[in-house]
Design a protein around this ligand. Structure first.
Ligand code: 2PG
Ligand code: MG
Length: 426
């Protein structure tokens, strides 16, 4: 029997930076319930779905009362009576509501509103069938995504202490999520010890990584390498390094302005990164160039070894068409997938499909502003992603996702982690 959406309610809740965000809860006539909370980025791409924020003097203009109101007045009436299993249909309704010309009293819904609603529908549809969300997505292949975990945070997540935003590790020899998390937890602590031995630390970055006192990118990488070695794990054999350069943040007027404040050209900047990828075991290099710098992205793909995958985040914004074009341009090897960049689960699933069709690896990612919402663990498993990226191994909004992956693994009776992909020969 069809299970229909009965109610859609929204409320204002809070994210890990103390900023309001939208939670949506959907219930069905059959008694199923699903909930979704929108995350928020700090280093956002220009082409991302725009969030709806109230503006004005309070909460730095970031309140979401209008978004909450629009769920009651516009989203709930549009969804009531729809079959909850029809996620594509629900997401089409959200897309249409979001893109209609705004009336004077009804702005666009915003990517935060559509994301929270779309995730709520996913979880309600799964609950309606009595299965977890990852299973509803019918994973192919069935495996757990390999974690990419932040050890040191910089860039927009740590007051630009370092140019590079995320210094992450990937446990490449680990065969299970349990083993992977043990390796990372040991490294997190070891890097903390290395930093403590050098003097006072700044604290913790937005995604839970150490906020270090370092002189620059290579110093941070040396600290990371020293921490890995301290644990007895072998860099390049047991542990790979993943960097999110988030270069859009310091790409100005066609030039890159890194740590030292000296503006350099695209080819000079990419040559520096290529050197770093040879000197350290870097297995993924995210957004090495700014969001519009196709030449820079192509130079990174051409310059790095096949064991280093160039990942597009701001460059692709989870857009199926941009992904297809970037693959044809040989500007990326992997697509970062964030539901709130594109606004709905269906649109993000299309982006995953586009990446796979073009031979790209898939990394499902959380945002720097997160909550206890664990959808990303389900999406990464349900989409058969190669990697999952949710920040560090500290702070509840991060461990919520890792712990959910442990539960999914247990439910499956222990699953292998996805193999580490390499660049496809072209
Ligand atoms: C990114 C994410 C996560 P933000 O750039 O990949 O690290 O950051 O959510 O701030 O865009
Ligand atoms: Mg990024």
């Amino acid at each position: 029997m069809a299970d229909l959406i009965e109610s859609t309610v929204a409320r204002r809740v809070w994210d890990s930076r103390g900023i309001p965000t939208v939670e949506v809860e959907i219930t069905t006539t059959g008694g199923a319930r699903g909930r979704g909370i929108a995350p928020a980025g700090a280093s956002t791409g220009r082409r991302e779905a725009v969030e709806l924020r109230d503006g004005g003097p309070t909460l730095s203009g970031k309140d979401v009362r209008r978004a909450v109101g629009l769920v009651q007045t516009h989203v709930a009436p549009a969804l009531v009576g729809r079959e909850v299993a029809d996620l594509a249909g629900i997401d089409r309704v959200l897309g249409a509501l979001d893109s209609l010309d705004p009336e004077p009293d009804r702005p666009r819904l915003g990517g935060n509103t559509t994301t929270a609603t779309s995730l709520a529908a996913l979880h309600a549809a799964a609950a309606s069938r009595g299965i977890p969300a990852w299973k509803l997505l019918d994973p192919e292949p069935l495996r757990l995504p390999r974690p990419q975990i932040q050890i040191i945070g910089g860039g927009a997540h740590a007051a630009h202490r370092t140019t590079v935003q995320d210094f992450m590790v990937v446990p490449v020899s680990a065969t299970s999520i349990e083993e992977a998390l043990v390796h990372v937890a040991e490294i997190y602590r070891a890097v903390g010890d290395v930093l403590a031995a050098r003097g006072p630390r700044r604290g913790v970055a937005d995604e839970g990584g150490h906020w270090p006192e370092v002189s620059g990118t290579e110093d941070a990488l040396d600290v990371l390498m020293a921490g890995i070695e301290r644990t007895g794990l072998v860099p390049g054999v047991d542990i790979g390094i993943s960097l999110d350069i988030a270069a859009t943040q310091f790409y100005q007027h066609g030039l890159y302005v890194p740590d030292d404040g000296v503006a350099i050209s695209t080819s000079q900047w990419i040559a520096q990164l290529v050197r770093i990828c040879r000197d350290y075991p870097v297995i993924t290099l995210e957004d090495p160039a700014g969001e519009d710098d196709t030449i820079g992205m192509r130079l990174a793909v051409a310059g790095t070894d096949p064991g280093t995958l160039v990942v597009g985040d701001d460059y692709l914004v989870t857009d199926a068409e941009r992904i297809a074009r970037a693959a044809e341009d040989e500007a990326v090897d992997a697509a970062l997938i964030k539901v709130n960049q594109i606004g709905t689960v269906t649109a993000a699933a299309n982006a995953v499909r586009s990446a796979r069709e073009h031979g790209l690896a898939v990394i499902v990612s959380a945002r720097s502003g997160e909550t206890e919402d664990v959808s990303v663990a389900h999406l990464a498993t349900g989409w058969g992603a190669d990697f999952v990226k949710v920040g560090s191994i500290t702070r509840g909004e991060r461990t919520a996702k890792w712990n959910e992956l442990i539960r999914i693994d247990a439910e499956l009776g222990g699953m292998p982690l996805a193999p580490v992909p390499r660049r496809r020969p072209r």
